[in-house]
Design a protein around this ligand. Structure first.
Ligand code: HEC
Ligand code: HEC
Length: 510
């Protein structure tokens, strides 16, 4: 290595080292102000009071920095001042599940340290915190520790009171943040919605200090009746970390719902054990933005789909976490909602004609040339049972409502501890191929999903969450003729390609 190269290499290592250590760099508040005024006022307001132009549309609302509340901090619970590293981390990474973006793509490190210095001035924080979280010695995760943590989580309703028995945050009471805004306990099975992370050390910190400005309490506060020791908090943290549901993780690479062929009867209930062996695919649900009512704050954020078929019918199991069971007319449901409640619901959208190439129908509800089927399940009211609607749609203005039972379309749903599971079945073929999709094995069939949380701003009609188009594939049974044939064709194709490329190479060489 030449000395110049060596120097460059050492500088590179030093830079890496510095980037890796998040130790606080002195930031300049006056420089931070210039960046703040350009990038942050839209949400946080010119004076840092959380009253920027966007405030009305955001839940959770932008932080009011004058309150001095920092949710994700590692200073002791009795000390409001956050560590600079804490604030830096939130500015760099953003806060998942909220409108707070991460800034590392737009701002450099120094910019972000300058912002830290400036943002702290709104609450008059001018000294580092006097106390830090006491981690004691970390208890490594183990089956035993998780078991102990589970007990502590449930004992005297310690965490269950708000997060529910399964940790999904299924609501049993109304909670508010310090600014009077409605808040919901986190769904602990969805770590990607944590503002911090679900690393046991992060969870330890949140349980220890609580989440300032929210109903999430500190469990080392001497005044707390449900106080925990350092060791106990580690057990709880290990338990919470173990709740992460990987089968509900949205993975951008999974775009196909794979329906397995089964011999004999299809599952008749959402609880049938065979569903556990069926491959789950999870998709992100985003607010519907095409319809008239454009804005609302969604609560359902993902849907997990499984499917099976036999020689007669197809069965789809739709599963989504919903913190409230919304049955209009039901008092306990009514008490939790902020607006009149509507029914919970879910819908499946499929093209009437399976496109030849891997083409997807129009994003909305089909069009003249590309009609779609919509299967729409609703949870029912205290007066009426659950219902299943069937529609053939050629766009928002051309919707034909039909009798679901007429084509053998059936649904059965159950709600338990924060999760809806809806089973929808239909015969593979019907007597009206011009109006109904006819399922064919071995083809990529476009499919999209929608969900309604009736307790969230009265979601109904066009106010809902939805996925984009994905695929449904009825996987040919292994060893069946179509699969063998498909493999044969694919094999021949590859052999042909090889032959072609070799002969082309030979020609070029010649
Ligand atoms: C699009 C709106 C938006 C913009 C722009 C925005 N923020 Fe935020 N920010 C939020 C929201 C919403 C929260 C509160 C999230 C919560 O309470 O869970 C937040 C919270 C924060 C927090 C609190 C962290 C904690 O631990 O509680 C900091 C610090 C912060 N923002 C800094 C900034 C800075 C600096 C900028 C500009 C570079 C900025 N934000 C721009 C929406 C925004
Ligand atoms: C009184 C209600 C209440 C109790 C009791 C409660 N929590 Fe929470 N918890 C909340 C709320 C509300 C939030 C969401 C705060 C917010 O809006 O950011 C939350 C958030 C969390 C988070 C998310 C952290 C993050 O980074 O986003 C974790 C983890 C958590 N709680 C764990 C626990 C554990 C473990 C217990 C019991 C030891 C517990 N909570 C007890 C109300 C509660």
């Amino acid at each position: 290595m030449s000395s110049v190269k060596k120097l460059a290499f050492l500088t590179f290592c030093a830079a890496l080292f510095m980037a890796g250590s998040a130790s606080a760099k002195p930031g300049a508040a006056d420089k931070g102000k210039i960046i703040y005024d350009k990038r942050c006022t839209w949400c946080h307001g010119a004076e840092g009071a959380g009253d920027g132009a966007a405030q009305d549309r955001l839940n959770p609302p932008p932080r009011d920095f004058t309150s001095g509340n920092y949710k994700i901090k590692t200073s002791g619970f009795e000390d409001m001042t956050p560590n600079d590293d804490d604030v830096y981390r939130m500015i760099r990474d953003g806060m998942p599940g909220t409108a707070m973006p991460g800034w590392s793509d737009l701002l450099n490190e120094q910019d972000m340290w300058d912002l830290v210095a400036y943002v702290k001035t709104f609450a008059g924080f001018d000294k580092p915190p006097a106390k830090q979280v006491d981690f004691g010695s970390q208890v490594k995760s183990s089956a035993e520790s998780i078991e102990k943590g589970k007990k502590l989580f449930e004992d005297g309703d310690r965490c269950v009171e708000c997060h529910g028995k399964s940790g999904k945050g299924s609501a049993s009471k109304r909670l508010k943040g310090d600014n009077g805004e409605r808040t919901w306990p986190r769904n602990l099975t969805k770590p990607w919605t944590f503002r911090g992370s679900n690393d046991p050390k992060d969870i330890f910190t949140r349980v220890s200090t609580g989440i300032p400005g929210t109903a999430m309490p500190s469990f080392i506060d001497p005044a707390s009746k449900k106080k925990l020791s350092t060791e106990e908090i580690w057990h709880v943290a290990n338990y919470v970390a173990s709740l992460a549901k990987t089968d509900k993780l949205v993975n951008a690479e999974n775009t196909v719902v794979k329906a397995d062929m089964v011999e004999g009867e299809l599952p008749a209930t959402p609880e049938d054990e065979r569903w556990e062996k069926s491959t789950p695919t999870t998709f992100a649900l985003v607010p519907q933005i095409i319809g008239e009512e454009r804005y609302f704050t969604p609560s359902n954020d993902s849907i997990t789909v499984r499917a099976m078929y036999n020689d007669k019918s197809i069965a789809m199991l739709l599963e989504w976490d919903d913190r409230t069971k919304s049955i209009p007319g039901d008092d306990s449901a009514g008490k939790l909602a902020d607006a009149p409640i509507a029914e919970d619901g879910v819908a499946v959208q499929l093209p009437v004609v399976i496109p030849k190439e891997m083409q997807k129908p129009y994003f909305g509800m089909g069009d003249e040339a590309h009609p779609v089927n919509i299967w729409h399940w609703k949870s029912g009211t205290t007066e009426a049972a659950e219902t299943l609607g069937l529609m053939t749609s050629k766009g928002f203005k051309s919707i034909e409502k039909r009798e679901a039972a007429g084509v053998g379309l059936k649904a059965k749903a159950i709600y338990s501890d924060g999760t809806w599971k809806a089973l929808i079945t239909r015969p593979l073929t019907t007597s009206a191929p011009e109006k109904d999709i006819q399922f064919i094995e071995g083809k990529f069939i476009p499919v999209a999903f929608a969900a309604w949380d009736g307790s969230n701003n009265s979601e109904k009609g066009s106010k809902h969450t939805m996925t984009t188009w994905y695929w449904l594939l009825l996987k040919p049974a292994t060893g069946s003729k179509p699969l063998v044939l498909a493999l044969l064709v694919a094999g021949l194709f590859v052999a042909g390609l090889l032959w072609w490329s070799r002969s082309a190479a030979r020609k070029t060489a010649a």
